[in-house]
Design a protein around this ligand. Structure first.
Ligand code: SF4
Ligand code: SF4
Length: 144
C-alpha cells in the first residue's frame, strides 16, 4: 500500500498533534466511502477516557464540559480496527458488523493485493486462485 503522508490539521484537547487521515485511501478506496468508525452510546458511557487517550489516530476528542469523548474525526479510524470497542469497560462503543467490512475487503481486492506483497517473500503458496480473487458479491470461500 502506498505510504501517503497526511497533513497535521491541529491539536486535540490534550494538545497532541492531529493528522487528517481521511485523505489517505484504504487499499485504493477513498476513505470517506467506507462508513467504518466508532459510535458512542452516551447512555452507558462512563467517561473513563480510555478510548480518547489510547486511540493513536486521534479519532476521538474530549468534551471537557460533559466529561465525555466525542467522535471528532471518524474517517481517521483505521478500517477494520475496533480496539476501542474491545477495551471500553462499559461496552459503550459500537461498529458496523463484520460482514460490512468483508464486503470492502472484497471490493478493494485487498486479499489479492496483500497476497501479491507476501508472495514476494514466500516460497510456498497456501491460497487457491479462488480465494485470492474473491469478488464483492461473493464472500471469500471458507477453509476446510
Ligand atoms: S472507553 Fe467507553 S466508557 Fe470510557 S470514555 Fe470511551 S466510550 Fe466512554
Ligand atoms: S477502532 Fe482503532 S483507530 Fe478506530 S477509533 Fe477505535 S482505537 Fe481508534
Amino acid at each position: 500500500m502506498p505510504n501517503v503522508e497526511a497533513p497535521v490539521v491541529g491539536k486535540d484537547a490534550l494538545g497532541r498533534p492531529v493528522k487528517d487521515l481521511s485523505v489517505v485511501p484504504w487499499w485504493g478506496v477513498e476513505r470517506k466511502e467506507i462508513e467504518w468508525y466508532p459510535k458512542i452510546n452516551y447512555d452507558i458511557c462512563a467517561g473513563c477516557g480510555i478510548c480518547f487517550v489510547t486511540c493513536g489516530r486521534r479519532v476521538f476528542d474530549w468534551d471537557s464540559e460533559e466529561g465525555k469523548p466525542v467522535v471528532a474525526r471518524p474517517y481517521n479510524c483505521m478500517v477494520g480496527c475496533n480496539t476501542c470497542a474491545m477495551i471500553c469497560p462499559c461496552d459503550a462503543i459500537e461498529f458496523p458488523p463484520k460482514e460490512y467490512i468483508k464486503k470492502w475487503v472484497a471490493k478493494g481486492r485487498v486479499t489479492k493485493k496483500a497476497f501479491e506483497i507476501v508472495s514476494q517473500i514466500t516460497k510456498k503458496s497456501n491460497m487457491s486462485e479462488e480465494e485470492i480473487t474473491a469478488t464483492p458479491d461473493q464472500d471469500p470461500p471458507k477453509k476446510g
